[in-house]
Design a protein around this ligand. Structure first.
Ligand SMILES: [Zn+2]
Length: 197
């Protein structure tokens, strides 16, 4: 037992300190997935009456006075309000938005660069509307020119993509989706890391 009042897990070989190998899916009180936490945090929430256990791992947790199954999915008792999730503006998310396709010539490739439509040298901003995926040839051709100067046309008008409802926990979900979790994330699809054909 440590200062949180918990805890070690038991297996046939005795007691071991809990580690990060048992992530816990945290649901809002309306069952909307909120985040993924470690087992220690989940147990503290449950013991403090702030969450209830919906699914369990087949692993026993014990403290000095108690023993119970390790939670796998917990649900908060009170509704948490959070801002509408927005997709982080970064290279990877721009490639995903553009389906790994050069927005000038239409080639689909993993070998993409980011092009500023209004060049940085002309004070083009770092925004969803001014950044597109471009193959190296097109980016080179465009260089520090505007669209008109380079005589290039965009395939689509770039916009900020809508975040999926699972965006805030996507990274955690991509690492490990436990079988017990699937019914709580019914339309979840792992992040696309390659083009949709
Ligand atoms: Zn191109």
């Amino acid at each position: 037992m440590d200062d949180t009042g918990v805890v070690y897990h038991q297996n046939g070989n005795g007691h071991h300190r809990l580690n990060g190998h048992h992530p816990v899916l945290v649901l809002n009180s309306n069952y909307e997935p909120l985040n993924v936490c470690n087992i220690r945090r989940a147990i503290v929430l449950v013991l403090n009456g702030k969450a209830e256990v919906l699914e369990e791992y087949d692993v026993m947790i014990s403290s000095a006075s108690d023993a119970f199954d390790a939670p796998s999915v917990i649900r908060l008792v009170y509704m948490i309000k959070r801002p509408y999730p927005r997709v982080k503006l970064c290279r990877r998310e721009i490639f995903i938005r553009d389906n790994f396709t050069c927005q000038y010539c239409g080639i689909q490739t993993r070998d993409l660069t980011i092009d500023h439509i209004i060049p940085r040298s002309k004070n083009g901003p770092h925004t969803w509307e001014n950044l597109v995926s471009a193959c190296k040839q097109c980016n080179h051709r465009k260089g520090g020119k505007t669209l008109e100067e380079a005589r290039l046309k965009l395939a689509t008008t770039p916009r900020e993509p809508r975040a999926s409802r699972y965006y805030p926990i996507q990274r955690a979900l991509n690492r490990q989706v436990n079988g017990d979790w699937l019914k709580f994330i019914p339309d979840y699809e792992p992040t696309i890391d390659s083009p949709r054909s």
